[in-house]
Design a protein around this ligand. Structure first.
Ligand SMILES: [Ca+2]
Length: 377
């Protein structure tokens, strides 16, 4: 019986390197004295050791470069978030005890301050946004800052009212240059440029049902179109809506009438590289991280699938390529939004008239923030 061929033994999508190295080593004289020729190959031991150290070092360095923290962060130094705005990495922080004040800007109807110490996460006040069926599409609290950043974390406590439907779009972070044509919104359906007139942004969406997954909905200059399986536009209008990024790690069951600590992050690429990232955390645990080489998935139309039938029925998953958020240095991260946008689609399957969300303890920082200090065991 002949030796089986490699492609019968190994699936292209599986890692088979350990086995392959063992077989190779068994058939080649590597080190020590070769009893047939009498030649001493001991010097190869050092080569092998050096090569192995280099390989381990490279993979550790790669791992460390893209590692994201969990649990304690900047907030651990400021119990109850008191004084957290003074940390040098923090761009903005509010617990709403001074109201909704600039630079935080309420937009559209339905945004108000609630002074109720039983309800607020800390400090007796929180922001509330109400969307009213048949009357409006909700509202949002937006913030922009002058000096754009290379990496931004947004942490906010979120509380969904027990009767609310889930929003069409939720909390986001991104950037645009002052000359971007839709800088106050209105870019839906189009792919933004990544250059000095450009924009990008990612929106973290809660699950539509309690056992679903949180996921990202993302716009940038390399986003895919819904119009063809390859993600190219076929020439019809409105070719580009946000790309969907699910993650294989199950997020916790979504509870209503209870504060959830949500944090999300964008890290920019170096211009010309695909080394940009995004990630999110629920209650201090990382449940999704897109970076060069991970996760394994499959592009189809405007989706990067990492689970479900469109992933499982596909033979050759690819490692995520990493984000090129921009093609020009001047495009940086300079805006975030606590959005509560409900559409006809959100209202359709729900009986109530008012859809309510609460926000508290917002922090925007250049480094990982983590949950409020008194919550970490
Ligand atoms: Ca508060």
């Amino acid at each position: 019986m002949g030796r089986p061929v490699c492609f019968d033994q190994f699936h292209a999508a599986e890692i088979g390197i350990v086995h392959a190295v063992l077989r190779y080593a068994r058939r080649v004289f590597l080190a020590g004295v070769d009893h047939i020729t009498g030649k001493d190959f001991a010097f190869r031991r050092e080569w092998i050791l050096i090569a192995a150290c280099l390989l381990v070092g490279q993979s550790l360095a790669e791992e460390a470069r893209y590692r994201q923290p969990e649990g304690r962060g900047v907030a651990a130094q400021y119990p109850g978030d008191k004084g957290i705005a003074e940390h040098p990495d923090v761009i903005y922080a509010t617990d709403f005890t001074k109201g909704i004040e600039a630079p935080l800007r309420p937009r559209r109807r339905g945004v108000s301050l609630i002074e109720d110490s039983d309800l607020a996460r800390t400090g007796g006040a929180a922001a509330r946004i109400v969307a009213t069926k048949g009357a409006d599409e909700g509202g949002d609290l937006s913030i922009q800052w002058d000096e754009g950043a290379e990496q931004i974390f947004v942490r906010v406590y979120v509380r969904f009212d027990k009767n609310t439907a889930m929003p069409h779009h939720f909390i986001n972070v991104g950037g645009n240059t002052p000359t971007y044509e839709f800088r106050w919104g209105g870019g839906a359906g189009r792919r933004p440029p990544g250059d000095e007139n450009g924009s990008f942004g990612t929106t973290l969406e809660p699950p539509k049902n309690p056992d679903g997954y949180w996921q990202f909905y993302t716009y940038w200059h390399e986003m895919r179109s819904w119009q063809t399986p390859e993600g190219k536009s076929d020439g019809r209008p409105s070719a580009y809506y946000g790309n969907n990024f699910g993650y294989p790690k199950k997020t916790p069951r979504l509870e209503r009438d209870s504060w959830i600590c949500v944090e999300y992050m964008i890290k920019l690429n170096q211009v010309g590289e695909h080394d940009g990232e995004m990630a999110f955390w629920i209650d201090g645990i990382n449940y999704g991280h897109w970076k060069p080489g991970s996760p394994q998935g499959r592009w189809l139309r405007e989706n990067f699938f990492t689970r479900g039938q469109f992933f499982e029925n596909f033979a050759n998953p690819q490692p995520f390529e990493g984000f090129s958020w921009r093609t020009h240095e001047s495009l940086k991260i300079n805006r975030a939004q606590l959005q509560w946008f409900l559409s006809e689609r959100s209202y359709r399957d729900s009986e109530v008239d008012e859809y309510i969300v609460y926000f508290d303890n917002l922090v925007i920082s250049k480094s990982y923030i983590g949950p409020i200090a008194d919550e970490i065991p």
